[in-house]
Design a protein around this ligand. Structure first.
Ligand code: HEM
Ligand code: HEM
Length: 156
């Protein structure tokens, strides 16, 4: 594998690890407290955007690939990524709509509706198993890269 491809894979690996850690922190408002949960969720947008940027080629080709001849696993993964994106978006948008710390700190306040609280709860709960499947679909990549990251580069 060329150096460039190797480095891209390693960058993805490091960024995926940071993404997973930040996601776990965002998913535990009972531990962090709701105000910190809200600020962490705002920060979470950064590693998440980087995750999408590091797969920009995949995203650009994804709609075309949908009608192409691809394996059932690839097709499933394609649909799954889109569903995951929608649920993640729903959790973030509904989070802002039930904000009790972040938006009031910016002098934005409105009446919180039970509907959005329920959507936030349900979408956040749904992300966990969906993410589990997303990771399972890339399990061999995770195992391969974990082995490769542990190895030292050969001396020049
Ligand atoms: C929140 C935690 C997430 C983690 C830890 C995570 C982790 C991973 C891993 C390990 C891979 C395979 C390795 C790689 O190429 O980087 C991957 C690929 C990918 N992920 Fe995520 N992901 C997360 C969320 C998402 C979400 C919400 C989307 C929604 C669009 C997404 C879209 C993608 C895409 C498009 C790919 C590459 C295409 C593919 O092979 O499926 N990821 N992700
Ligand atoms: C990926 C993004 C997010 C995830 C995964 C997430 C996850 C969660 C979880 C699991 C809970 C506990 C829900 C319950 O047990 O009922 C929660 C509650 C809460 N979250 Fe988030 N959250 C996200 C984004 C946000 C954002 C952006 C905000 C606001 C700026 C926010 C504000 C709140 C508030 C105020 C609560 C407590 C009140 C309630 O549940 O209605 N969240 N979140």
């Amino acid at each position: 594998m060329s150096d460039w491809t190797q480095n891209l894979q390693k960058t993805r690996y490091v960024m995926d690890t940071l993404l997973l850690i930040s996601f776990m922190m965002v998913s535990a408002p009972q531990t962090t407290g709701v105000p910190l949960h809200e600020w962490l969720s705002l920060l979470f947008v950064v590693p998440f955007a980087i995750h999408l940027l590091l797969h920009w080629d995949w995203i650009k080709q994804s709609l075309r690939r949908f009608s192409a001849k691809i394996s059932a696993k690839e097709r499933f993964s394609l649909v799954w990524n889109y569903l995951l994106y929608v649920v993640m978006l729903l959790a973030t948008v509904s989070g802002f709509l039930v904000s009790v710390a972040l938006l009031p700190a910016m002098s934005i306040s409105f009446e919180i509706q039970d509907f959005w609280s329920k959507i936030h709860h349900d979408s956040a709960t749904l992300i966990m198993p969906m993410l589990g499947i997303h990771l399972a679909l890339h399990w061999s990549w995770i195992v391969n890269l974990t082995k490769r990251m542990g190895k030292r580069a050969p001396a020049q």
